[in-house]
Write a protein that binds this ligand. Structure first.
Ligand code: ADP
Ligand code: MG
Length: 930
């Protein structure tokens, strides 16, 4: 800066600084001036203190400005110094323009967005949203690695939810926290935030937490499909009410607004269940058809089959249980004890369920009261439902089995005395109140002295009015005279035309009708005015009294929620018992760590409609052999990874889902469909089905499948249950094998998750020989596949070719694939089917295929996987790069026919809807015609 123009320029720069400073709410602003970054004024003094900088005074127009500067290349350490002390620093960079230079705010560096952090530890930025007193959403981002996590925290009441939210928050020890508006407005929570963390608490704009904005931000960052695939509901046009999305969106917009450019590093969105819950992502929920079927119907879902609740609150709670299974044994044992007690006491159970039938939804009523939309009938419903708690408790107490169960405790949780007091207050409301709350008629006498006084006076005036016709008839001698009231005329005396001559002077005519005249008198007028006044006063007073009462109900929201929760819990538990008894389910034995052992297990939904063939399962890695089996060492009894093979339609998918569902049911506290079951609790259930069924959604299916697989490989732990159903199908056969192979090795040896893997790649059965813990099981089949001769003509009839499957799962691999047979049944043209058999035969002949070699080469990088190409002409396998046209000349098949053939083989019939199947066959046919 040349000295000659120093004065003027310093003045200009300070002006610029002040302008920019007004634009930001950061603690400091640092502005580039040539080769330096400068702090000015008060900022300069404070920063100089904090960072040991020298302050120089520059004067302009007679006043002087403190300045503290650092060379451009020394800015970062100084920013770090400030940010690590918890400050937020806005940076204004200088850029050249046609007429000199300009400066503008380019970024705000904050503790949570400091990219330059060098310490190895993660630096989390957290956003905390709250959509209800007992419902929090947390988003956590480590901008240095791009890690992005969301979770939620709920509880029986606000206090519990808040505890959980803070527990989660502190697990990550964030350096900066963005509390949402609802969090900031709650003094207690805000204080706790300030107390318990040394994180910088930044007040990000409230609108950023609004559903619309937040949903938009989150979708824009991660894509709409990602939201769904990790289980975040993206809501309706107004955005999502999911507190996790609120937090995520606010966090993203904050990061974006800091201008630090770290948004681009955040590409992977992970949800995780808090402490005690089982991770269950949306894909898994969908695959397991928990609340709706794959077709999107409610009917036929697990929830639909299992739900025997009597109340909407019970139904809601039960649905929540299904979607959020738990890991903590005490909770699960408590629920199990209660279900068992209900299962044993049919009579008391039915009595209680009858009582529950009269319950209203206290949680909803509480929020109606809080919103001021509850009417007198709603308050009566509150009273009636509160009264049910002791009634149900009495019913529990009078049954010895139930009395000894945790149910007594459950019903004891809501504060009895408080409930009793509230009920007494609500006794003030009349038995059959009107639907409006502004016109009186709501309260019994004795509730309020002023109201009683009003009512007394009202009654006096009314009886005066009642006596009026007789009095007037007597005084005037008119025989046909009536007193009435309507909206326009108010009170009036009506006299028939024949007697109007007799009307005395004190009568004022109001109006003439066809056959009569209407009059009023001074006296009547006065009473009318009084009645009106009284009625208005009454409406007002009753409304005030009502609003007051309603507010007192709203103030007891915690009590209502806890009473509602108690009834809903009893309802959900009784419903589970009903189902267990009706379907011969057993109580599973739960273990903190351990295997999954199922004896004669069934699929809870399929068993409803089908004569189900029960199956056993033993899955896990414990060393000790089960009773009655030959003693073995570690290796023989370690069966944490089962490769499930068997023909199409033999029950593989059902068998695996059944294992997942039995685990899930055990972890909501339910009985399970089996003769006996032992369940070592899992921390997560992950299921993936080969991606073909997603074609309809127009996503790149193989990509999705691989993303999902990678999500499992990232998220699953040794305590997880993983179900892979034909994963790897979305690609050319030998690619699929390589990927499936590598994933198996990783899951079985690295993660050691309990895994069931159904595959049509028989090559994978040899994994059992190579990997510890990997075993083969297959679904036994009764009947032979049809010989190729019989399939030549469709007129042979399907019955000839049908295969009866035993659906009993036995140890050992199967050696057949029935894909071609099923293709034939589906009407694929005969030449294609015959040729398929031919190809299949050759594949079977050639045992020399060394998949192991190619999988080993692909270790760590699927992109380098060598394809194994089957040369149809020579019947030989070669390892090399395929260009897709190799082998198209064998036996006179065109490349189109080749393609169709492998598509037919790869089609997973069970994952297709009939319409999809027809569409696909049509595509094949037209491909062949071309
Ligand atoms: P896969 O996955 O082997 O092709 P699925 O599991 O889809 O076979 O089952 C095919 C059909 O058989 C389904 O309709 C299913 O309901 C029925 N099924 C499966 N397992 C059983 C069983 N153990 N008992 C009775 N029916 C079964
Ligand atoms: Mg299947």
């Amino acid at each position: 800066m040349a000295d000659a123009e120093g004065d003027a320029e310093v003045g200009g720069i300070v002006g610029e600084f002040l302008e920019l400073k007004a634009e930001t709410d950061a603690d400091f602003l640092v502005m580039q001036v040539g080769d330096f970054y400068e702090f000015f004024g008060e900022d300069a003094r404070r920063v100089a203190d904090l960072l040991d900088l020298k302050v120089s005074e520059k004067s302009s127009h007679g006043s002087s400005y403190p300045m503290a500067g650092v060379p451009v290349d020394k800015l970062t350490p100084h920013l770090k110094g400030l940010v690590e002390r918890g400050y937020r620093v806005a940076v204004a960079d200088q850029h050249e323009t046609d007429d000199g230079h300009a400066r503008e705010l380019t970024r705000v560096v904050t503790p949570g967005t400091l990219l330059e952090a060098t310490d190895a530890e993660a630096r989390y930025l957290a956003a905390v949203a709250r959509t209800a007193p007992d419902r929090y959403g947390l988003a956590l981002a480590d901008v240095t690695t791009g890690r992005f996590l969301v979770t939620d925290a709920t509880g029986e009441d606000a206090a519990e939810a808040t505890d959980r939210a803070f527990t989660e928050l502190y697990r990550f020890d964030p350096v900066e926290v963005l509390p949402g508006p609802a969090v900031r407005e709650d003094d207690a929570v805000r204080d706790r935030l300030a107390e318990r963390t040394d994180a910088t608490v930044t007040h990000h704009r409230a609108e950023a937490f609004a559903p619309g904005r937040a949903t938009h931000e989150t979708k824009a960052q991660f894509g709409a499909e990602t939201l769904a695939s990790v289980g975040l509901a993206d809501g309706d046009a107004n955005g999502s009410d999911d507190p996790r999305i609120r937090a995520a969106g606010a966090l993203l917009s904050y990061v974006e607004e800091t201008g630090t450019g770290v948004l681009s590093s955040m590409t992977r969105l992970r949800t995780y269940a808090g402490d005690d819950h089982v991770e269950l992502d949306a894909t898994t929920q969908r695959n397991l058809e928990l609340t709706e079927t794959m077709q999107g119907d409610r009917e036929g879902s697990l929830f639909d089959v299992l739900d025997h609740t009597e109340t909407s609150a019970g139904e809601r709670l039960f649905r929540e249980w299904l979607q959020r299974p738990r890991q903590d044994l005490p909770t699960l044992r408590e629920r199990g004890d209660a279900v068992a007690a209900f299962a044993d006491s049919a009579l008391a159970r039915e009595t209680i369920r009858d009582l529950l039938g009269g319950a209203y939804d206290l949680e909803r009523l509480a929020s109606k009261a809080a919103h001021g939309s509850a009417d007198a009938r709603d308050l009566l419903r509150v009273r009636e439902t509160l009264a049910l708690v002791p009634e149900v408790a009495d019913a529990v107490a009078s049954d010895p089995t139930l009395a000894a169960s945790p149910l007594a405790d459950v019903l004891d949780r809501p504060d009895r005395e408080a409930a009793q007091r509230l009920r007494e207050e609500l006794d003030a409301i009349v038995e059959d109140p009107p639907g409006t709350v502004t016109e009186g008629g709501l309260f019994r006498r004795g509730h309020d002295d002023d109201l009683d006084e009003l009512l007394d006076r009202h009654r006096e005036v009314e009886s005066w009015l009642d006596a009026l016709p007789d009095r007037e008839k007597r005084e005037t001698g008119i025989t046909h005279l009536q007193v009435d009231r309507n909206k326009t005329d108010g009170y009036y005396i009506q006299v028939g035309n024949s007697e109007t001559d007799e009307v005395p002077d004190r009568y004022d005519r109001l109006k003439s009708l066809k056959n009569s005249e209407r009059y009023t008198t001074d006296e009547l007028d006065e009473r009318e005015r009084e009645i009106m006044r009284l009625e208005e006063r009454r409406g007002q007073l009753e409304y005030e009294l009502f609003a007051d009462l309603r507010e007192r109900v709203a103030d007891r929201a915690a009590l209502l929620r806890s009473a509602g929760r108690a009834l809903a819990t009893v309802d959900a538990l009784a419903g589970l018992a009903v189902h267990a008894v009706d379907n011969d389910w057993v109580r599973p034995e739960l273990r903190e760590h351990g295997d999954l052992r199922i004896e004669a297990g069934r699929h809870p939904v399929v068993e409803q409609t089908t004569e189900f063939v029960p199956n056993d399962l033993r899955l896990g890695g414990t060393a000790s052999p089960p009773d009655g089996e030959r003693a073995g060492g570690h290796a023989t009894d370690d069966r944490r990874f089962l490769v499930v093979t068997g023909p199409n339609m033999s029950g593989k998918s059902t068998y695996m889902r059944q294992a997942a569902l039995i685990t899930l049911l055990a972890q909501i506290g339910s009985f399970v469909p089996a003769d006996a079951a032992e369940v070592g609790v899992v921390d997560g259930i992950y299921t993936r089905v080969g991606a073909l069924d997603e074609l309809a959604q127009g996503r790149s299916t193989f990509m999705v499948e691989m993303q999902e697989l990678s999500n499992i490989l990232h998220s699953a732990s040794e305590d997880s249950l993983v179900i892979l159903d034909e994963v790897g199908r979305g690609t050319a056969t030998y690619d699929g094998i390589s990927i499936a192979w590598a994933a198996t090795e990783y899951l079985a040896n690295r993660i050691e998750a309990r895994t069931l893997f159904a595959t049509h790649y028989h090559e994978l059965t040899s994994l059992a020989d190579r990997l510890d813990g990997v075993r083969n099981v297959h679904v036994a089949v009764d009947g032979e596949p049809p010989s190729s001769g019989e399939t030549g003509s469709r007129s042979a009839g399907e019955s000839d070719e049908s295969v009866t499957f035993l659906r009993t799962v036995e140890d050992g691999p199967t050696d057949r694939s029935y894909g071609v047979h099923v293709a034939d049944l589906a009407g694929v043209p005969d030449p294609v089917v015959e040729r398929s058999r031919d190809v299949l035969a050759r594949l079977r002949e050639d045992e020399a295929i060394d998949v192991r070699g190619s999988a080993a080469e692909s270790d760590g990088d699927a992109g380098e996987t060598k394809q194994v190409v089957f040369d149809l002409g020579s019947g030989q396998f070669e390892t090399g790069e395929s260009d897709g046209s190799d082998g198209g000349d064998g036996d006179g098949l065109t490349p189109e026919q080749e393609r169709v053939l492998s598509a037919v083989e790869d089609a997973t019939i069970n994952d297709l809807t009939p319409v999809e199947a027809l569409t696909r066959i049509q595509e094949w046919q037209s491909e062949l015609e071309d």
